[in-house]
Design a protein around this ligand. Sequence first.
Ligand code: ZN
Length: 247
Amino acid sequence: MACLICGEAKTIEAHLIPKAFVAEVKTERGVQHLILHKGEARPRVSHTGVYDRGILCGPCDSILGGHEDYALELLRELRKPSGPSGGIIGVDPIDGDRMVRFAAGIAWKYAVTTQPGRIDIGPYVDVLADVALRDAPIPPSVDVAMLRIVELDGDVYFYRTPMPDRKEGANVVRFTVGSFIFFLKIDQRRNGSTLPAECWLRGRTKGAFVTGDAELTEEGRMHRQLSSSAPSRRFFTEMRARKARRP
Ligand SMILES: [Zn+2]
């Protein structure tokens, strides 16, 4: 299949969750991680996560790569200070639009992929393509807010692929990378009032994010349950044994 953005016939293996974010989950180079898909009985073992060969050419994929590099570095910086959980933490400076384009790109890939985890976001698939890949002005219907999940020593233990959700009556796409939950609003309705205005990052050069204990988030609780399930426990036991056998 040709590139969905520019029509170029030669497409590449486009990683749906960027490889660098997948790599953060693991403890050392070359170690595999587990992928669990809804409806699949057994987890898949993977090095780099799921990719799609039929959605993007190299140059278009690298547009997303630019947003992803920016987000990766920013989230790494933001994980450093270990403040109390439950607070609101300012970020100055931040390229808020870039974070919206980053989140739009991840959601768009999952809206067009034929791989497991595909989501339906209706007409927003085109809006997100414009925002993420064509450098279009970001409409008020698209915005992003982040919640930092604080777990154990504050490192990254999992990612979660996008899913449609509702936040304060508005449609959002929700996903987790780098120990941050992203809420990408795709809705004409105004941003909700639960979060302070500066947490919605569109158009901002100074922003903020909320922090929350892992146990207070659906993602944190789900991770704890899944990682203690039998297939996962077997996997981790085997990985530890393999590591112990290494000279
Ligand atoms: Zn292209």
